[in-house]
Design a protein around this ligand. Structure first.
Ligand code: AN7
Length: 412
């Protein structure tokens, strides 16, 4: 592991989350055999299905380790022709991470992170979470037979996520405060070696999550021109950046996608720094957004997020709650993909980028749909009122209020 600030190096077997010398975040580095590292990319999908562990030669886990897996990764890359038509873009895809076992991209990081926890002999895992991290960590800890503690902001976590953490048997602690308070607390608690910390500070999480970039490369037969991705704590954008850079180092591509990171307006400290051209991200003290997953004011991985965007000629955008909910509705009703609000932010930014001509209409875009819409059903149902009718055909037909003739013909 190498410190991103001072460059100091540490063995992957050391149980540290930050550079003991300067407190910087750590990156996993490999001294690897190129032929070995290229193996996954020349292996048939029949032999090794598309999944996180397809790329095991590129992951920092020993051959003898007990792998804690729920069959994560291998998610669809779905062409969105209706969106393309609507927005006047040539090629748009969604990387549908909602297909993962607990319904979000976090599972990619947790299969590697919890495997590492077991390798290191940890007994209890811990994380702070806006929801999905807690669902995922709870499930993988259950599978591994580890105790799990999660700290969540009281009253600010979506129903589906909370129910997952509870049923998988985690100790769920609702903290009077926001995600940033929860993260501060678990950082403090993890100085006690009884707790193994699995927020995206943990470099092994990032390693698991980078495999999504490998999958996109294999599914597209190359890298996309633009990558639209929501930013919360900025771990995932960091992971994609590392994944695409590794593809370049391996000689599989000579370019990277433009990174188009997006935050919710009410929690957009990285966006602020980006538009000011500043190298410092000033935390937001108060945050609010309907996209509770990315309701984060002090993103720990901000430095690498800004670098990924600047070095790839990309941008950071911010979208309003209204734009997020509209994008969620469009994606669900035009493409059949139900994304949670944080994930719909990438579609909201795509729509904005198309309208404002921030991307070329002939370019190829991938939007990362980070989590499934069923995680947060309230956000949809709050806005509708179901009409009840009597149980007879006339009442039902009246309530339907007419269908198009064309549809009626095909129904017959
Ligand atoms: C659906 O669960 O931070 O920028 O504690 O759940 O890597 O933080 C969730 C983040 C995007 C942002 N989309 O990813 C947590 C948590 C969804 C998410 C993000 C999250 P990062």
């Amino acid at each position: 592991m190498r410190c991103i600030e001072c460059g100091a190096r540490y063995a992957a077997g050391e149980r540290i989350y930050f550079c003991p010398r300067c407190g910087g975040l750590l990156d996993v580095e490999y001294e690897r055999d190129r032929a070995e590292a290229l193996k996954p990319f020349s292996t048939s999908f029949k032999e090794r299905p598309l999944s996180v562990w397809r790329y095991r030669e590129l992951l920092p886990i020993g051959n003898e380790s007990r792998i804690i897996s729920l069959n994560e990764g291998g998610t669809g890359l779905i062409r969105c022709r209706n969106l393309e038509r609507e927005l006047g873009l040539r090629e748009v895809y969604c990387k549908n991470e909602g297909e993962n076992p607990t319904g979000s991209f976090k599972d990619r990081g947790m299969t590697v992170g919890v495997t590492k926890a077991v390798e290191l002999g940890a007994r209890t895992t811990i994380c702070a979470s806006t929801g999905n991290t807690s669902s995922s960590l709870a499930a993988y800890s259950a599978k591994a037979g580890l105790e799990c503690v999660v700290l969540v902001p009281a009253g600010k976590i979506a129903l589906g996520k909370l129910s997952q953490a509870v049923i998988h048997g985690a100790k769920v602690i609702a903290v009077r405060g926001g995600f940033d308070d929860c993260l501060r607390l678990v950082r403090e608690l993890s100085k006690d070696r009884r707790f193994y910390l699995l927020n995206s500070i943990n470099p092994f999480r990032i390693e698991g999550q980078k495999t999504a970039a490998f999958e996109i490369y294999e599914q597209l037969g190359g890298v996309p021109d633009n990558l639209f991705i929501p930013i919360g704590n900025a771990g995932n954008i960091t992971a994609y950046w590392k994944g695409f850079k590794e593809l370049k180092e391996l000689g599989l591509t000579d370019r990277l996608p433009r990174f188009m990171g997006v935050q919710a307006e009410g929690a957009s400290p990285i966006y602020r720094a980006f538009i000011k051209g500043s190298d410092e991200v000033k935390p937001f003290g108060r945050v609010e957004t309907v996209a509770t997953a990315i309701r984060i004011g002090n993103p720990v991985n901000w430095k690498r997020a800004l670098r990924s965007v600047r070095e790839t000629g990309g941008r950071v955008g911010a979208v309003s709650d209204e734009e997020i909910l509209e994008a969620q509705r469009i994606l669900a009703s035009k493409e059949g993909i139900f994304a949670e609000p944080a994930s719909a932010a990438s579609i909201a930014f795509l729509i904005k980028a198309a309208r404002e001509k921030l991307i070329d209409r002939d370019s190829r875009s991938v939007c990362v749909i980070t989590g499934h819409g069923l995680k947060d059903p309230d956000v949809v149902l709050r806005r509708v009122r179901l009409r009840e009718v009597d149980a007879d055909v006339e009442s039902v037909l009246e309530a339907i209020g007419g269908v198009s003739e064309k549809a009626a013909v095909t129904l017959r």
